[in-house]
Design a binder for this molecule. Structure first.
Ligand SMILES: Nc1ncnc2c1ncn2[C@@H]1O[C@H](COP(=O)(O)OP(=O)(O)OP(=O)(O)O)[C@@H](O)[C@H]1O
Length: 348
């Protein structure tokens, strides 16, 4: 895999996290757990392209972070026997950046564009033409003397990924021949991902410990793998070295992941909603500021999970804590604000 993002410098922690993830990534569609419909449809697209000896249609993958979009992009390249090239919307500031990337592609390459909704507008427009006609118009010079030189490109496949499909302009969305939305995983699917990852890590884990991790992973493989590694740490430092249920439960207490899978950010958002804004409705950006986070982080990381768990709901006037949300924090909603008896346990 070749990355065009040499100018983007990761922190050490990011780099370690990425290399940990790389070791656990499935490398074929057969190994990819869950997302049955997406897998079947994508498999057809790829097999048909291979049998025609052509490049695959452009693929758009949307869904919350950590559900396997990057993994699927790598699998697309692997299954096509193609070279994967990687860049992302925020790394492409100017149309010229994209022209340089596109003109360096070889025939059949797969170009993964992460966070494609964050492409700068001129780059986005250049991409329309490149995706449809395999051509870019390179502008040389400035002002009245500027000329546009058409440059044809060899056929390639774009795999775009986005956490915010709604932000993609229709002309860009329409140029993808195959679009798929990744959904959160079931506990059973996460259980098998944890088992498979533990095998790859050479870490012995019991079925009930794997189930415990799965049920607290918020439907997200990345979180399941991360919690698994924390349980392994705990077992190696405090336990017998193997992952039994007690090790899993103790590790998850240390890392402040509660029994429903809420982590510190989720609880901070829910708590702010209840205690600072009386349960809402409150706007996303106000809520995000109150927990010291970017709106996008709250919207793409905490909110989908809180809504899915029935702890928060969205209304045209803003976010609202549900009766279950109040109960999860062990708080009493203001009189008459919500039906339902509060109760439940509080983690922090
Ligand atoms: N279906 C799956 N089966 C097994 N492991 C998976 C699956 N999906 C994701 N994973 C694991 O979860 C980790 C995160 O996946 P990936 O990086 O592909 O997510 P993503 O959707 O691209 O996230 P982001 O939007 O943050 O870039 C990977 O290391 C991979 O091992």
């Amino acid at each position: 895999m070749e990355s065009f993002e040499a100018s983007v410098v990761d922190s050490d922690a990011d780099a370690i996290e990425r290399s940990n993830e790389a070791a656990l990534r499935p490398t074929s569609l057969d190994e990819f757990v869950g997302q049955r419909t997406v897998r079947d449809q994508l498999s057809l697209v790829l097999r048909a392209a291979v049998s025609r000896g052509a490049t695959a249609d452009h693929v758009l993958l949307s869904g919350p972070p950590g559900l396997g979009k990057t993994t699927l992009a790598m699998i697309v390249a692997g299954e096509m026997g193609a070279t994967l090239r990687v860049s992302s919307g925020p790394a492409i500031q100017h149309a010229g950046d994209l022209a340089a990337i596109l003109s360096s592609l070889d025939e059949g390459d797969v170009l993964f564009l992460d966070e494609i909704h964050r492409l700068a507008r001129p780059a986005e427009e250049m991409l329309y033409l490149a995706m449809e006609d395999f051509r870019v118009d390179v502008v040389v010079g400035k002002g009245a003397g500027a000329t546009s030189i058409p440059l044809s490109l060899p056929p390639f496949t774009i795999v775009g990924a986005t956490t915010r499909a709604g932000l993609l302009p229709a002309p860009l969305r329409d140029r993808f021949g195959f679009t798929a939305h990744l959904d959160f995983y079931s506990d059973d699917e996460l259980h098998s991902i944890v088992g498979r990852s533990a095998g790859k890590l050479g870490f012995e884990i019991s079925g009930d410990a794997a189930a415990e991790i799965a049920s607290r992973s918020r439907g997200t493989p990345r979180i399941a793998n991360r919690l698994l590694r924390r349980v392994r740490d705990w077992a190696q430092v405090h336990g017998s070295g193997t992952g039994d249920l007690a090790a899993a439960q103790q590790a998850l207490i240390v890392y402040e992941v509660d029994e429903r899978g809420l982590d510190r950010l989720d609880r901070a958002v829910l708590r702010a909603l209840c205690t600072r804004f009386g349960g809402g409705p409150v706007g996303l950006s106000t809520l995000a500021v109150s927990v010291g986070e970017e709106s996008e982080t709250v919207e793409t990381v905490a909110e989908p999970f809180l809504v899915r768990e029935g702890l928060m709901s969205r209304s045209p006037r803003g976010r609202i804590a549900t009766a279950d949300g109040w109960a999860h924090l062990g708080l009493e909603p203001p009189a008459g604000a919500l039906p339902g008896a509060p109760g439940g346990r509080l983690f922090d």
